[in-house]
Structures are given as structure tokens and as C-alpha cells.
Design a protein around this ligand. Sequence first.
Ligand SMILES: NC(=O)C1=CN([C@@H]2O[C@H](COP(=O)(O)OP(=O)(O)OC[C@H]3O[C@@H](n4cnc5c(N)ncnc54)[C@H](O)[C@@H]3O)[C@@H](O)[C@H]2O)C=CC1
Ligand SMILES: O=C(O)C(=O)Cc1ccc(O)cc1
Length: 311
Amino acid sequence: MLPPSTSLGTGFSRVTIIGLGLIGSSIARAVGKYMPDVVVTGYDANPDVRATAQAIGLCGDIADSAGAAVTDADFVIFCVPVGAMGAAAAEIAADLPADAVVSDVGSCKESVAAELMAALPGAKVIPAHPVAGTENSGPEAGFATLFQNRWCIVTPPEGADSLAVERVCEFWRALGAEVEMMAPDHHDRVLAVTSHLPHLIAYTIVGTASDLEEVTRSEVIKYSAGGFRDFTRIAASDPTMWRDVFLSNKEAVLDMLQRFSEDLSALQRAIRWGKGDELFDLFTRTRAIRRSILEEGQDDARPDFGRSHDE
Ligand SMILES: NC(=O)C1=CN([C@@H]2O[C@H](COP(=O)(O)OP(=O)(O)OC[C@H]3O[C@@H](n4cnc5c(N)ncnc54)[C@H](O)[C@@H]3O)[C@@H](O)[C@H]2O)C=CC1
Ligand SMILES: O=C(O)C(=O)Cc1ccc(O)cc1
């Protein structure tokens, strides 16, 4: 039997969020907005973050230990950097109610699922990844509409409790996301090319520009045209979070990087030998991909892409 029904049928009435940065605070705000009957408890290892969360009234209660945050929970979501998932889960192991569902929002799924299941043997662990975010971090960066019309990929382990899977899917739908199910290793390969490699390229190009001897730093800032500016936004993303992503999704990222390097070398040759048709053909194909993304309607939730935090 499900507990008394809450809004939109997730069955969850007491949600605990561990990690109150961009994603944790966005979930807290979104639950407050779209599931007002659900009680939200938050915890963050950083006392300054807890104090800010308290001051801005992020959730019903801010606990002062991870264990205390979960004692009454029926749904616990880890929103900490992927390298901190195992340690954060170990902290709640003694206090997690037996029937609670556990999930996370980590950008890599195979390693995170393994760490959560190892730290919480017997728990109903249903990992997920909302493919929505910004370059900002911290509890004040979050906003309730972050997940609206964005994908959330749910990666249930083999033999997962199907009711728990459905409740996690419903939770994300209630926050406005579209849910897709995927095997964790496939998720990690798809995200390696669509998210992790682009971040690596942005970090590299901004680093390269700032290391150039003959172009001054102020010239880079002054003359940065659209393309470079877009890279600087991505390269401003949280260093801890992205260090952890690359170390956790090492195999898939290295594989995609190898393919990327080969394609880059081919472009290098095309430029060197004046093969304009090769460049033109590639740029025509890539323009079509951009147009299909826009037609898909997975528009960007960031405010500087035409939406407001307060929507
Ligand atoms: N930033 C983004 O755009 C997206 C991030 N993610 C994933 O969401 C997770 C969180 O990312 P953000 O919210 O952006 O990071 P953030 O840096 O804004 O927040 C992370 C919070 O976790 C806390 N924390 C670290 N270790 C902890 C521990 N052991 N126990 C409790 N709290 C702890 C930190 O103090 C910090 O407040 C990461 O796993 C990331 O891969 C997923 C989708 C998008
Ligand atoms: O800000 C951006 O461009 C992003 O790509 C946000 C993002 C970062 C990490 C994720 O796992 C999902 C989304």
C-alpha cells in the first residue's frame, strides 16, 4: 500500500534533500511550488550553506546532521558532487527508514549507482539525472522552473522495485520534467558526448586563450565575440563538480575524446589543404542538428535564454 496520496500521485510526503546547491535548492523550490503538501527537509555538509538555506527559507526544515535529516523521510535525494555521493550515503546508512526510496541527481550514473548501493545495502536505490542546469552553484542559484520541459533520465538498477521506479518518475514529472529510462552505462556514454566533452572543450579553449603570449588577457575579454563568450559561460561551471564528473566517467569521456581528436585532426587537414567542400559539408550537417534540437522543443530553461526565474 502507498502512503496517503500527495499531489500528482508520487506517493511521497516527506522528501529529504542532501546537498543544497544549485540542483538541491532548485528541487526544494520546485517541490514547494508544484507539490506544496510535501514536507521538505534539507541538509548540507557546509554550515554556511545551511545558514543561507535557513535564511532564505528554502525548505520546511534544515537539519544539522545527515542522519537527522532522513529519519522521517520517504524519499531521499542526494544532490552532492558525484565524488561525494558514497560518503554522503554512508552518513545516513544508520538512520534511513527501511522503506524509503533513495535517488540522486548526479551527472554520471554507473559509478554513482554503485557507490549508493554499496553504502546503503538493501535500500531502494533508483538513480536519476535531470539534464538541466546552469554554470552557477550554491543555494541561491536555484530556481523552481529549472526542470520544466527538460529531460530527466532515470537509470534503475537491474531488479529494481518497479513501484519505486514509477514513484521517482512521477516525482520528476511533477516538477515539469519529461522522463526517459536508460541503462546506466548507456547514459554515461550519451552524456559523455553531449555534456561532459563540451565542458572539457570549453575549459580547454578558455584556458588556451588565457595562456596565449601574444594576446593580452584584456584583449581576450574585450574582443570576445559570441562563440568565445558562450564557452566562457560553460567554463565558469563549478570546478569540484566537473573534476568529479571527469574522474567518475573516465572511460566514456576518454573514448569520446579520442573520437573528437580524430575528427579535429581531419578538420586540421581540411584547412591545411584548402578542402573547403569538406568544411562546408560538416558545417551544413551541424547546422541541421542545431535546427532539430530547436524543433524538439527542449528549449533552454536558463533566464538568459528567454525565461525568467520567477515563471
Ligand atoms: N550544475 C548543474 O548544472 C547540474 C548538476 N548536476 C549534478 O547535481 C549534483 C549537484 O550539483 P550542483 O547542485 O550544481 O552543485 P553545488 O556545488 O551547487 O552544490 C553541491 C552541494 O553539495 C554539498 N555537499 C558536498 N558534499 C556533501 C556531503 N558529503 N554531504 C552533504 N552535502 C554535501 C556542498 O556543500 C554543496 O552545497 C552533482 O552531482 C552534479 O553532477 C546534475 C544536473 C545539472
Ligand atoms: O549549463 C549548461 O550548459 C549545462 O550543461 C548544465 C548541465 C550540467 C551538468 C549536467 O549534468 C546537466 C546539465
